[in-house]
Design a protein around this ligand. Sequence first.
Ligand code: GUN
Length: 322
Amino acid sequence: MAKRLLSVTSRCIALLRQRQRPFSDSRGQILDGKAIASSIRKNLKKEISDLKSKTDSKFGPCLAVIQVGHREDSNVYVRNKLKAAAEIGMETRSIKLPNAVGEAEVVDAIDELNRRNDVNGILLQLPLDVLQSVDTDYCINRIHPQKDVDGLTAVNSGRLARGEMGGTVIPCTPRGCLELIERTGTDIAGSNAVVIGRSKIVGSPMRDLLQNRNATVTVCHSKTKDMQDMVRRADIIVVAARQPQMVKGDWLKPGAIVIDCGINDIKDATKSKGYRLVGDVDYESCKPVASWITPVPKGVGPMTIAMLLQNTLECAKRQLAD
Ligand code: GUN
């Protein structure tokens, strides 16, 4: 009985110490994704230009983007990706398919790009805006893993989950989040990390990346009980919940690093458009408690595009070496 009491008491003291010890002494530092992404893009541009000169322009990485249908948000994302690629000296191809297409046409477009030696990266913009049912996973898995610049095929996501990193393409948003976390100088190994969201594109690969870096990772989702208790123990929190301003400042352990992957419109009568963009984190209440925090916009979003360009260049280099 006495032994048990001692063990419970020492566990309580350890927990209290853990909660009191801040992860970093400074508070409210902004992780400026826009500035970091811009410096990455500058370096990629130089690397492409150097490789072009060294190879007498035989090396010219090319990104192809397939968009099915005409969702307005996808139009904007695709335009931004193609523009960013062109700006750093990449070739681009834009394949637009009408929303009336079936699975066969989407697969044909992918197969054609798989065959072409002058295309190094293929991105199928999601969600597919289709009138008839099309199996998104089937289409994604049709992309050759070496050209899968989104890292979404079963081959790349399986390798990542198993920690087999050689030649594996990492999904762009989680890769960007990891880059931001690393730039804080924090030791990820041994930290407690919480990922909110378990999507194939953000939450699940983020879990794998942090786990591969020896963090202890907890994944929370819509059915998680006591989410606030999980978050309160986290040194690093990555939020991809699609819930505007869900994570509040009083959920956080002081000094936590907060990475916000959300992008949501909320009504705001003071804005000319009648709305404003917010993340999944309540920035105003979280900023004074966090050591580092990403803003929305200009946080994770620009990093996603920079990582897409980096993935495309890496795929092109591997294909050149093969
Ligand atoms: N739709 C929104 N974000 C993404 C992304 O990163 N990749 C793809 N393929 N589709 C998206």
